[in-house]
Design a protein around this ligand. Structure first.
Ligand code: SF4
Length: 429
């Protein structure tokens, strides 16, 4: 059986699409292998949201060029955000690549597979028994909406992934039902802006309707979703998460900056007061909620004072997790056209570390409150002799036990805490 290896970088959408690509390749008779070197087909699922990600993609393409020179039969397939509308230009730049297909453009992948004499399923509504590259997991990522209509000034995604297109509700529900029949315990619905789900479908159902329907599937233990947009999240959705059900009490709510002028320049569509009010509403309705956010430092023109506003926001809100990134200009975006990237790299790096250090202290304090508590953990795998999994609030937990816990709900008494994970002893055996 020819082997395939999928290299994935970037957001949860890419990870979800890699699971789907694995499904198509499995259906065409390919077999997952654990490295480039054992593969007959390599798929690169790319991200170009930041320069560092793009550099990794270009480096990997260079590496594969060398491999292909030695093994001309190797097939190299590239998808993800690198693949924009000018495919001819990409073909010219990367002659070592055999197929370039846009994110979610599976008919192109199917046509490639047919040309190779290995026809794939035409319409895949289920994953293979294993996830990407053979790793077993009780959790699956389900894309529910492609693209984004928001055009935040720094972001390349709408140009690469196009406008929002929701997946039909029936497709999503069938896929989840099939996954659960195969033993999947948790699903995460993903999209660049899941709050927009359904606006383009007949009947205008929304994310809350979809979550409520999926909640009624027997044997499905947990449902997650990401990413929300602070200007679009609805009270109806907050109510759905607040009700006792399978929807986990965790929200990814990217604020991006703590200063109104910067938010305006970013074209985020809300101000600080609205964001703070939203967090207040969420916490009032879902007291046990955990919140993650994204912050960009060093946006063009960001003064020390404006940066201090972001710092003050992190201090005040006390997020569970903050993903912080230094601004990098993306050719083709509004910010790239209109603003000069005038914050020196060392200042961006310094600001990034200041936020990371502050957040580490906040997360230490939040997580230490879990010491001694017994928490339900869905076990996702094992690493270095320890089982690991997540709480409903998305905290990573490790424990040691001789039993087979993969896919089980374990009750773990927390004995150790750190800013990034928890450790403890399993109690339900
Ligand atoms: S909401 Fe903004 S940051 Fe997120 S994908 Fe859309 S344009 Fe990019």
């Amino acid at each position: 059986m020819p082997g395939y290896f999928i290299w994935t970088i970037g957001c949860q959408m890419n990870k979800a699409e890699s699971q789907q690509i694995a499904g198509y390749l499995d259906s065409a008779g390919y077999q997952a292998v654990d490295s480039f070197s054992n593969a007959d087909v390599v798929v690169l699922n790319t991200c170009v949201v930041r320069q560092s990600a793009e550099n990794k993609v270009l480096g990997t393409l260079g590496l594969l060029k060398g491999v292909k020179n030695k093994h001309p039969d190797l097939q190299i397939l590239v998808t993800g955000c690198l693949v924009n509308s000018d495919i001819q230009e990409l073909k010219r730049r990367f002659p070592q690549v055999d197929l370039l297909f846009k994110p979610g453009d599976y008919p192109e992948l199917i046509a490639w597979s047919e040309r190779r004499g290995t026809p794939a399923e035409q319409r895949l509504l289920r994953y293979p028994p294993n996830n990407v590259n053979g790793a077993r997991s009780p959790s699956a990522l389900i894309p529910i909406i492609q693209g984004c209509d928001n055009f935040c000034s720094y972001c390349i995604v709408p140009y690469r992934r196009g406008r929002e297109v929701s997946r039909p509700r029936r497709d999503i529900v069938s896929e989840v039902e099939e996954l659960v029949r195969r033993g999947m315990k948790e699903i995460t619905l993903v999209g660049q802006n899941v709050d927009s789900y359904g606006h383009d479908l007949p009947g205008h159902l929304d994310l809350a309707d979809l979550l409520n329907e999926l909640s009624s599937i027997d044997d499905l233990a947990r449902i997650r979703f990401l990413t929300n947009h602070p200007k679009d999240i609805s009270l109806k959705l907050i109510d759905s998460v607040a009700s006792p059900n399978k929807i986990c009490e965790h929200l990814e709510l990217p604020v991006q900056a703590g200063d109104d002028d910067i938010l305006r320049a970013m074209r985020r569509g809300y101000n600080l007061e609205q964001y703070r009010e939203l967090v207040h509403t969420i916490r009032r309705n879902i007291p046990q909620v955990s919140l993650s956010t994204d912050i960009i430092v060093g946006f063009p023109g960001e003064t020390e004072e404006q940066f201090a506003h972001s710092l003050a926001l992190v201090k005040d809100i006390k997020f569970d997790v903050v993903h912080v990134a230094a601004y990098s200009p993306r050719p083709g975006t509004i910010a790239w056209r209109e603003y000069q990237d005038n914050i020196p790299a060392e200042v961006k790096k310094e600001r990034l570390h200041v936020i990371e250090d502050l957040q580490a202290a906040i997360a230490t304090e939040i997580n230490s409150q879990l010491q001694g508590k017994e928490i339900e953990v869905l076990v996702e795998g094992s690493k270095g002799g320890k089982w690991f999994g997540r709480t409903r609030s998305n905290k990573l937990v490790f424990f040691e036990d001789a039993g087979d816990w993969l896919g089980q709900l374990a009750r773990v008494k927390i004995e150790r805490t750190s800013p990034w994970s928890l450790g403890g002893e399993v109690k339900n055996n």
